[in-house]
Design a binder for this molecule. Structure first.
Ligand SMILES: N[C@@H](CCC(=O)N[C@@H](CS)C(=O)NCC(=O)O)C(=O)O
Length: 219
């Protein structure tokens, strides 16, 4: 097994030295990593592979078959968006998006976990609705929808109580945009005007504009 020995990034990295991110343009988890990289000025080589396409190449990079997967210069694999995001942020000279310790860290990581949970329920619902209707589970679809609706007020309370821009904020933006991208007709944000306003207030930020979700390798 390869030693995990990531080297510090430096600002003069060239394209050939860039780390590779296996991703899709729709994945809200991959979007977290792309936003962190843009915010921290880290050069990532983006390699598009769809995880659920027939003959997908994603398992060649990540045996779990999921995106995002980060591949370092020496071939080291880093997976799961919370780990990838923290790795990217920590390798900047001044990590700014994930507090190192204490109550601030717990607050940011909890916010990220709520947002990731909303993504989990949304992605699972998307995959379930793509199955043959005879195989779909109304039980699970309802359960995931209820989880999302219950989690939104919690997310709203935490986001409105804290003005800072951090990994929790990034995950929340990714989760909420993805929810609207996949299920616009369900109008999940309609009962939460303050949360909608909060989301809109971030929509002109460069890293957010550049990473809006869409299907396929290019627009
Ligand atoms: N916990 C993972 C979740 C990643 C994930 O589920 N990604 C989806 C795409 S949005 C995927 O690759 N699904 C394929 C599969 O589960 O087989 C993370 O945070 O990175």
């Amino acid at each position: 097994m390869q030693d995990f020995a990531p080297r510090p990034l430096n600002a003069q990295r060239t394209k050939s030295q860039a780390m590779k991110l296996i991703y899709t343009n729709a994945s809200p988890y991959a979007r977290k990593a792309r936003i962190v990289a843009l915010e921290d000025g880290i050069d990532l080589e983006l390699i598009w592979h769809h995880p659920t396409a027939e003959g997908s190449k994603v398992p060649d990079f990540n045996p779990l078959g999921k995106v995002p997967a980060l591949i370092l210069d020496d071939g080291t694999l880093i997976i799961d968006s919370p780990v990838i995001c923290e790795f990217l942020d920590q390798h900047e000279r001044t990590p700014s998006l994930v507090p190192a310790a204490g109550p601030d860290r717990m607050r940011v990581k909890t916010l990220e976990a709520i947002a990731d949970g909303i993504m989990d329920a949304t992605v699972a619902s998307v995959l379930e609705t793509r199955r043959d209707p005879s195989e779909r589970s109304p039980y699970w679809l309802t359960r995931w929808e209820e989880a999302i609706r219950r989690a939104l007020p919690l997310l709203e309370g935490q986001l409105l109580a804290d003005e800072s821009f951090n990994l929790g904020t990034i995950a929340s933006i990714s989760a909420l945009h993805y929810l609207d991208f996949r299920f616009p007709e369900q109008a999940y944000l309609e009962p939460h005007p303050a949360l909608s306003e909060w989301l809109k207030s971030h929509e002109n930020r460069d890293s957010i504009v550049q990473t809006m979700p869409f299907d396929g390798p290019s627009r």
